[in-house]
Design a protein around this ligand. Structure first.
Ligand SMILES: [Zn+2]
Ligand SMILES: [Zn+2]
Ligand SMILES: [Zn+2]
Ligand SMILES: [Zn+2]
Ligand SMILES: [Zn+2]
Ligand SMILES: [Zn+2]
Ligand SMILES: [Zn+2]
Ligand SMILES: [Zn+2]
Length: 319
C-alpha cells in the first residue's frame, strides 16, 4: 500500500507534532540562534501593512517607513505614468533609487532612468499629436517626433507652423480662445492647460513648475492673491459640512452659527496655505481623497492643521 501523503493543515495550531520529535528539533533551533550571521527579522510595510522579511523590505532614508518589494515596485511603476508620484518619495523626501535597486527589476530601473531624463529636462517638449505625445529630447526648432515623424514647435509646443509667429495659426488660436472663456491657465513652462477646480491659486504643474493661476507667473513672483474669494468660500463650506457630518449634525446648525464656522475656516485656509501636513489623524468611514479624488471605503487621513483629507498613497507618496 502506498504511504498516505501528509494532510495539509491551514493553521499552525492544528499541526500536532509528537512530543519526541519536538524535543529532537530543539537543539538545532538553539544552534541557529547562536550563529553570528545577521538575523533576519520581520518588518511591516507601510503601504500594504503586511509583515515581510527584512531582506525583502526597504527602509526610507528620512522617515521611519518601510516598503516591501511589491509595494516599492508598484510605486516606481506608477510614478512612470503619474507625474504627481515622480520621483517616488515618502513623507516629502525622495526614496533614492540606490537604496531600492536591489528590490527592483533591471527593466523597471531602466524605464525609471529614462523617465528621470525626461522629467529633468526643463521646458520639455512632447509630440503635439495627442495620440502620440512622445517625449522629444532637446533639439533645434522644430523638433521631429521619432515615432510619428511629425514636427512640433519647441517654443509654443503646438504643430510646427513654419515661419508664422507662435500663436498665429488657427488651431492654437482656437485653444487660447477657449482657455479665455473657460478661465483656464497655461503652465508658463510646458504650456499645458490647467483648469483649477478647487483650491488656491498656487499651481504645481505636472512638469513640477509652480505658478500663479491668475497670471501664470512663476510662483511668488507676482502680487496676485493666493486665494480666489469664491473658491476660498467654496472650500471652507466643504470642510465645514464635512466636520458637521462627522459630528453627526449635518444641516442642524443655525445660519448664524454656520456663518461663524465658515469664517473661521476661511481664516484657517488663508493662514495654513503652505501647510506642511505634519500631523495626521485617522478618520473612519467612507471619504473622498481631496488630492486624487479616490473614494476610500474604510478610512482616510485628515491633516490636523488644514483639514485636508488624503488617502494613504497621497499622504505618504504625493504630498
Ligand atoms: Zn507592501
Ligand atoms: Zn514616510
Ligand atoms: Zn509623435
Ligand atoms: Zn510655435
Ligand atoms: Zn508645466
Ligand atoms: Zn499672479
Ligand atoms: Zn495640512
Ligand atoms: Zn489620494
Amino acid at each position: 500500500m502506498p504511504p498516505t501523503p501528509p494532510r495539509r493543515v491551514r493553521h499552525r495550531a492544528s499541526l500536532r507534532i509528537p512530543e519526541g520529535q519536538l524535543a529532537a528539533s530543539r537543539p538545532a533551533a538553539n544552534q541557529d540562534e547562536k550563529r553570528p550571521t545577521k538575523k533576519i527579522t520581520k518588518e511591516i510595510c507601510i503601504a500594504c501593512n503586511e509583515e515581510t522579511y527584512s531582506t525583502e523590505i526597504v527602509q526610507c532614508a528620512s522617515c521611519p517607513h518601510k516598503y516591501c518589494r511589491a509595494c516599492l515596485e508598484s510605486l516606481f511603476r506608477l510614478s512612470l505614468t503619474d507625474t504627481t508620484l515622480f520621483p517616488p518619495k515618502c513623507c516629502g523626501q525622495l526614496i533614492p533609487l540606490e537604496t531600492c535597486r536591489i528590490l527592483l527589476s533591471p527593466d523597471l530601473i531602466k524605464q525609471f532612468q529614462d523617465k528621470k531624463l525626461e522629467f529633468d529636462t526643463p521646458g520639455r517638449t512632447y509630440c503635439h499629436r495627442p495620440t502620440c505625445s512622445t517625449f522629444l529630447p532637446p533639439s533645434t526648432n522644430p523638433a521631429t517626433c521619432p515615432k510619428c515623424l511629425t514636427q512640433t514647435c519647441i517654443k509654443c509646443k503646438n504643430a510646427y507652423h513654419g515661419t508664422n509667429n507662435c500663436g498665429e495659426d488657427l488651431a492654437t488660436q482656437e485653444i487660447l480662445r477657449l482657455a479665455t472663456t473657460e478661465g483656464w491657465q497655461r503652465c508658463p513652462s510646458c504650456k499645458t492647460m490647467v483648469d483649477l477646480a478647487h483650491g488656491c491659486n498656487h499651481i504645481t504643474c505636472r512638469c513640477r513648475t509652480e505658478f500663479c493661476y491668475v497670471c501664470a507667473a512663476l510662483w511668488r513672483t507676482c502680487s496676485c492673491a493666493v486665494w480666489d474669494e469664491r473658491r476660498l468660500l467654496e472650500r471652507a463650506n466643504v470642510i465645514v459640512d464635512r466636520n458637521l457630518a462627522a459630528e453627526g449634525a449635518p444641516g442642524a446648525v443655525p445660519a448664524a452659527q454656520r456663518h461663524v464656522l465658515v469664517q473661521r475656516q476661511v481664516q484657517i485656509l488663508v493662514d495654513d496655505h503652505e501647510c506642511g501636513h505634519d500631523g495626521w489623524s485617522r478618520l473612519d468611514g467612507c471619504y473622498e481623497c481631496d488630492e486624487c479624488y479616490d473614494i476610500l471605503p474604510w478610512f482616510i487621513w485628515v491633516c490636523r492643521q488644514c483639514d485636508l483629507l488624503a488617502c494613504s498613497r497621497c499622504r505618504y507618496n504625493r504630498l
